[in-house]
Design a protein around this ligand. Structure first.
Ligand code: IFM
Length: 466
């Protein structure tokens, strides 16, 4: 049966600056923590860097035409902080801002709504050298940066997102160290999480102060759809711990104004959380116009036992953990199909998350700001890229969104990750998430069969039978 999505549903695709732009040394851009990390031996597969990426900085117009050909209604991209405010403080780079002004103008000329994310992981290296996210000052620098971007783009962008997936910035960047800046310190990771929350609150305030009242302010999280292996109390406790560290550490302060008590208890042997100052909760809690949810795969956990020792959750890091205070949690491989990231394919996790937030935060609109899958796509002899697994993945997950809407969730849009194959962080260019194939030697773009399929969904607002 063909099913319809609500009128006005926003259909889009997403990217992030460091993953696609390239032009790392042009027009005054200074290095970000990812430029430094890529140059640290052994950190990124194959020694890949974002120096050229998909050369979007120079192919902006071609890429916007591609989006228009697909019929996209919206495009979610991030602004590179070190491109528009070199060094992370002080005056703006007009050349950097001009790039985003031109991008937004191109999008609007094609009736594509720009959705700006201010921070998708590319902290200016100077700010990391001054302490990075574990230091409070970084949150204030972020607010200045938010102000500067909103002044430049506020007349033409209505949809704003402060941070993308702060869990990754804090816990992969400072806990397991598999992301930039590659530090492995549990307390630094918790401090980073708090200062990212503070940055969100201060940034949201700066946006509201500078933007016209029609502007909408949001944040994008990657909440964990975490399941317990059994209903036994120790396994349920493992689930609770991971839920606190992955999801409630952000949703509770951002949407309710305080950290969960169980998170403080779980991490009490590591820190007394004195870095949370009086007044911070009131700053972090900021009325949002929507909550962005990124979803790829669920997690399956239990209490660690002799037969199920605590082991890697798939985020790497060896002995260093992205889960401070959850050392006794064992992560399991859920059964079933997997993507090229070795992530399990389970759309019920997306439905569960959308329903959970509907129940926990009634009245808060939701937006699926990322969803997609990596597969080992290759052009055939005719240069055509067939990716039936991605079509199946997208179909199943859009069906989960459709079911959530039918069950009462107020989901306003869906953004496929990603428009283009791109730099997949520590995996370099080895993982292809794009609906559009990129030949990195020539930079030629070839829409995959999933792009044509998605285009039909976008144009009709209907999910065809599968
Ligand atoms: O590529 C990333 C993106 O930058 C953030 N969300 C997950 C994607 C796939 O790993």
């Amino acid at each position: 049966m063909t099913v319809n999505f609500p009128p006005g549903f926003l259909w889009g695709a997403a990217t992030a600056a460091y993953q696609i732009e390239g032009a790392a040394h042009e027009d005054g851009r200074t290095p970000s923590i990812w430029d430094t990390f890529c140059r640290t031996p052994g950190k990124v597969l194959g020694g890949d860097t974002g120096d050229t990426a998909t050369d979007h900085y120079h192919r902006r117009q071609e890429d916007v035409r591609l989006m228009a050909d697909l019929g996209l209604g919206a495009y979610r991209f991030s602004v590179s902080w070190p491109r528009v405010q070199p060094g992370g403080r002080g005056p703006a780079s007009q050349a950097g801002l001009d790039f985003y002004r031109a991008l937004v103008d191109d999008l609007l000329a094609h009736d594509i709504r720009p959705v700006v994310t201010l921070y998708h992981w590319d902290l200016p290296q100077e700010l990391e050298s001054a302490g990075g996210w574990p230091e409070r000052g970084t949150a204030h620098r972020f607010a200045d940066y938010a102000h500067l971007v909103s002044e430049a783009l506020g007349d033409r962008v209505e949809l704003w997102t402060t941070l993308n997936e702060p869990w990754c910035s804090a816990f992969l960047g400072y806990g397991s160290g598999v992301h930039a800046p590659g530090r492995t310190n549990a307390v630094a990771a918790l401090r980073a999480a708090h200062h990212l929350n503070l940055a969100h609150g201060l940034g949201a305030q700066a946006l509201r102060a500078a933007l016209p009242s029609r502007a909408q302010v949001s944040v994008t999280l990657n909440p964990s759809a975490v399941r317990a292996l059994t209903d036994a109390p120790p396994d349920l406790d493992a689930q609770r711990r991971v839920d606190a560290l992955s999801t409630r550490i952000f949703t509770e302060p951002m949407l309710r104004g305080g950290y969960p008590a169980d998170l403080f208890a779980d991490t009490a042997s590591l820190t007394d959380w004195a870095f949370v100052h009086d007044g911070d909760p009131g700053v972090i809690r900021h009325p949002l116009d929507s909550l962005g949810v990124n979803y790829y795969a669920p997690s399956l956990v239990s209490a660690a036992t002799d037969s199920h020792p605590s082991h890697d959750d798939g985020h790497g890091g060896g002995d260093a953990s992205p889960w401070p205070g959850a050392g006794q949690v064992a992560f399991h491989r859920p059964p079933g199909k997997r993507t090229a990231m070795d992530w399990s394919v389970d759309p019920t996790g997306l439905h569960d998350l959308l329903m959970r937030f509907t129940q926990e935060f009634p009245g808060l609109p939701l937006m699926v700001t990322e969803n997609g899958a990596a597969y080992d796509d290759k052009p055939d002899g005719q240069g055509v890229v067939h990716d039936p697994e991605r079509i199946a993945y997208l179909h199943a997950h859009l069906d989960a969104v459709r079911r959530a809407i039918a069950d009462g969730a107020d989901v306003r849009g869906y953004f496929l990750w990603s428009l283009l194959d791109n730099f997949e962080w520590a995996y370099g260019y080895s993982k292809r998430f794009g609906a559009v194939y990129v030949d990195y030697a020539t930079q030629v773009r070839t829409p995959k069969s999933s792009a044509r399929w998605y285009s039909q969904v976008v144009r009709t607002g209907q999910l065809p039978p599968y």
